[in-house]
Design a protein around this ligand. Structure first.
Ligand code: SAM
Length: 224
């Protein structure tokens, strides 16, 4: 279940003295995720925003692999923001910006630091394991922001478990979906068709669906 924790540090995982949290799933999924992202990002430069960064480990790993890209982590959970900042300091990479406080449930969220600075129109927006552990308005907010901030060749990468045509792609995802909904009726594994509707409302279309380990997928959206 580590893949699906909502609040790292309260799941019994390791917490370093500087606040760095560790997500067990990160160690399993960061390489397959990067294999998809790098196909779209290779040879490009610009700003990539991660929404719901959690521990901050993905941004550190990707920033190391793509030094020409500026990486902007974000979250809305205080402990996670602290962990992201600690991972950033620990990595000491010049291409990771301080974490932005972004609540995706605010349809008008803006990617800005307190001094008003922020990323340029985005080369990509990356979001892993967030929209099923959150109310539907978080998915709506994510797509609204993608519509506002992606540049013309920009991509929205969405990683997690998804339903296809109303059906789960694996029994384990169906079980997981039930447990999510039991814990919070507003949560649940989302259907790709519903996400495509959100996408079309903001001028995006689904460009690629990539199978990932553990019955997860990456959905890649771009401007229509
Ligand atoms: C399961 S964790 C995934 C973290 C990270 N992306 C990963 O894959 O390891 C879900 C993350 O979504 C964040 N989150 C939940 N609701 C959010 C919201 N409304 N706005 C921004 N982040 C949110 C949580 O704080 C948490 O960091």
């Amino acid at each position: 279940m580590a893949e699906y924790v909502v609040e790292f540090g309260k799941d019994g995982g390791r917490i370093e003295p500087d606040g760095r949290l560790d997500a067990a799933a990160f160690h399993r999924n960061h390489e397959p995720i990067w294999a998809v992202l790098q196909k779209h990002l290779a040879g490009k430069s610009g700003d990539v925003l991660e929404a719901g960064s959690g521990t901050g480990q993905h941004v550190v790993s990707f920033a190391r692999l793509a030094p020409d890209i500026v990486w902007w982590p974000s979250d809305f959970n205080e402990q996670h923001l602290k962990s992201i900042a600690a991972w950033r300091a620990h990595a000491g990479l010049p291409n990771i910006r301080p974490p932005l406080r972004i609540d995706l449930s605010d349809p008008d969220w803006r990617p800005e630091l307190q001094d008003g600075s922020g990323p340029q129109p985005l080369l990509a927006l990356f979001c892993a394991n967030v929209i099923h552990i959150a109310p539907w308005r978080v998915a709506e907010g994510l797509f609204a922001g993608a519509g506002r901030y992606l540049r013309s060749d920009g991509r929205l990468f969405l990683y997690g478990p998804f339903k296809r045509d109303g059906k789960h792609t694996a029994i384990s995802n169906a079980v997981f979906d039930s447990s999510l909904r039991e814990g919070n009726p507003e949560w649940g594994v989302r259907d790709i068709a519903d996400l495509e509707k959100l996408a079309s409302g903001v001028g995006l279309t689904l460009r690629e669906t990539a199978e990932m380990p553990a019955n997860n997928q990456i959905l890649v959206f771009g401007r229509s």
